[in-house]
Design a binder for this molecule. Sequence first.
Ligand SMILES: Nc1ncnc2c1ncn2[C@@H]1O[C@H](COP(=O)(O)OP(=O)(O)OP(=O)(O)O)[C@@H](O)[C@H]1O
Ligand SMILES: [Mg+2]
Length: 505
Amino acid sequence: MPDYILEARGITKTFPGVKALDGVDLRVRRGETHAVVGENGAGKSTLMMVLTGVYRPDAGQILIGGKPVSFHSHEAAVRQGVAIVYQELSLVPSLSIAENIFTNHQPVNSLGFVRRSELLDRTREYLALFDLDTVLDPAALVRSLSPANQQVVEILKAISTDPAVLIMDEPTSSLTEVEIVRLFENIRRLTARGIACLYISHHLSEIFEIADTVTILRDGRFVCDAAVKDVDEDFLVSNMVGRTIADIYGARPDPASLGPMRFEARGLGRAGVFAGADLRARSGEIVGLAGLVGAGRTELGRAIFGAEPADTGTMLLDGRSIAPRSPRDAIGLGIGYLTEDRKTQGLFLDFPLSANIAANRLKRLSLGPLVSDALVDGAANAAVREYRIASGGQGKAVRNLSGGNQQKVLIAAWIGIEPRLLIVDEPTRGVDVGARSEIYAFLRSLAARGTAIIMISSDLSEILGLSDRIYVMKSGRIAGEIAGADATEESVIALATGAAGGASQ
Ligand SMILES: Nc1ncnc2c1ncn2[C@@H]1O[C@H](COP(=O)(O)OP(=O)(O)OP(=O)(O)O)[C@@H](O)[C@H]1O
Ligand SMILES: [Mg+2]
């Protein structure tokens, strides 16, 4: 048997103006979990697209089970045994679990009719792989499932083609801690069946937990591969970014140095979504908002921003009563909101970086009644420089930037308006360690200039590392408050899950 189930040699792929991959090698063994790590824009997703036949490489070779293959289409790659779990879910919400799993290959009888009972039985067998056959109904509509269960369906859909290699590009980016544990169990079951998993993540702790081997990419080039047990985090980081990063969160300011009360919410609620939220943030303070997905954190943030206004309670900004009815109102008051969902709510994907940077602050970039191209270009250039955004040419639509660089554009756009209150929702989702430490530094310095920041995050280490004070939400209510310096992973989880015995009402 050949040593490697999947091998890529010297893969090169150029897009206009960027060499995304430059002679990259990858060697994947049967049944292993193989992590691919690298900074934003290093070429990870592009490499996966090449391996799944979406992009044709300019040069290089792919071998499966030792035999050279060439993929003329994505379907060809699937037929040869390479499957991918899409990061942006590809399911049809209005169809059942069974119909989604077997989208292109439903069992049919000789007349071409779908054999429904066989379809449901086979779906049940797939669900049983993850012990979900008694939990999920094969006929249930995908729309009715939690995001984590939708991802399970997405994985089952991918493995229904019987792949030798399953690619997961940042599969944990929208999962909670508990769901991640379950995903890892599922990955172990797949590898035990001989399927190799290619796993991309910016969370290095995940790499150490799940991966056997790691390949490091930097600037589109292969740096090295190694057995995970032989390397440590410093090794990965220094090979990914070419330098070591000491303390990614920076120092927490002395609570005495915080400014006056900037924002206060009293008894804020929105029927059926969240209720009775009392929350304060001082000028210069970073307030963490933790909780499980679905606890109401984003909804609370969006209410403060006027996107889906609260229907009970009051809000004060710098001591004055406010009631924003729309994001436009909120921005006018000096409130910003960095969305967790940059693809659908945050960015104008088909427009270049400059338009995205300018969108929130047209007034400031105008001379008289007209928006000044020179001022817009100046702001865009400054953002690219300050945030080290790898834009690959500023005329390019932001859709074509790597995920982390898109996130930096969004952050630059909001920090640029110097808001009085900035709500950031999952600010570093999909962002590499290097860029993450930069984003933390940007948020810290924004706070040091007086902005109050409310940070919604599912990343506990980020909540613990950055927050001056932490609110924990559970089931639509604020279950408790902890000083950042005193908080531990356990204390936050206890409040978030209600395990604290009486801590939540
Ligand atoms: N369709 C495209 N057109 C033009 N440039 C592209 C396209 N896709 C990717 N690129 C560029 O190729 C480079 C590699 O991008 P890629 O998405 O592979 O990075 P990545 O390692 O997956 O990053 P991230 O961690 O941010 O997801 C980047 O410079 C990106 O801007
Ligand atoms: Mg990517």
